[in-house]
Design a protein around this ligand. Structure first.
Ligand code: IMP
Length: 186
């Protein structure tokens, strides 16, 4: 059965959010910064963000294993190639949910003696936070709703949507393609 999701942020709203974050980051780090994006959800956000920043930036990527429910354990499965010692680093996240991924990554990067580590997330969902995470730059804060689009997926689907939409997890559990027709006009 086809379902229509609620659009949380349309293209213009997303652009405005990204521009504001780009401005904040450029003002804060006028001597340049290493942007470290968490694969794969933050790729569209990173691509748009760096293009509105007006300072010297380099980009790099990490991949982390999803935490095992119950243990909260996160593992680095792909590391950055950049030596971040003495550099200002910004972690770029799609969403901070439990906080386990970001908290792990902040700790991991801090051990490498960077000049600073800050966290920039497109979406902050504090309702399900398990560990406190200091977020320096937040795009939007949302209630306890599941979101798809603009990098965020469900089982690999919906990442390439130009908008951020709210989806019903019970609908997706029953049919992962439930929103395909409404969103892609298939
Ligand atoms: P954490 O729970 O803060 O560690 O977030 C782990 C990861 O889960 C995020 O980086 C996302 O990739 C994914 N995630 C959490 N909530 C959502 C959501 O609402 N939609 C899609 N992915 C999500």
């Amino acid at each position: 059965m086809a379902h229509t999701p609620e659009i949380l942020l349309g293209q213009d709203e997303l652009s405005a959010v990204v521009e504001r974050l780009g401005r904040e980051l450029s003002e804060r780090h006028d001597d340049g910064v290493v942007m470290i994006a968490v694969l794969r959800g933050s790729v569209p956000f990173l691509a748009d963000l760096v293009r509105v920043m007006t300072i010297r930036t380099s980009v790099d990527f990490v991949a982390l294993s999803p935490y095992t429910p119950g243990t909260g354990r996160v593992r680095l499965v792909m590391d950055v190639a950049t030596n971040i010692e003495g550099k200002h680093v910004v972690i770029v996240e799609d969403i901070v949910d439990t906080g386990l991924t970001s908290a792990f990554l902040i700790g991991e990067l801090q051990r490498r003696n960077p000049a600073s580590v800050s966290l920039c997330t497109l979406v902050d969902r504090p309702a399900r936070r398990v560990v406190p995470v200091p977020i320096d730059h937040t795009g939007v804060q949302i209630e306890d709703r599941f979101v798809i689009g603009y990098g965020l997926d469900h089982e690999g689907r919906y990442r390439n949507l130009q908008v951020l939409a709210i989806a019903d997890p019970t609908v997706l559990a029953e049919d992962p393609d439930a929103y395909v027709e409404a969103l892609y006009g298939a």
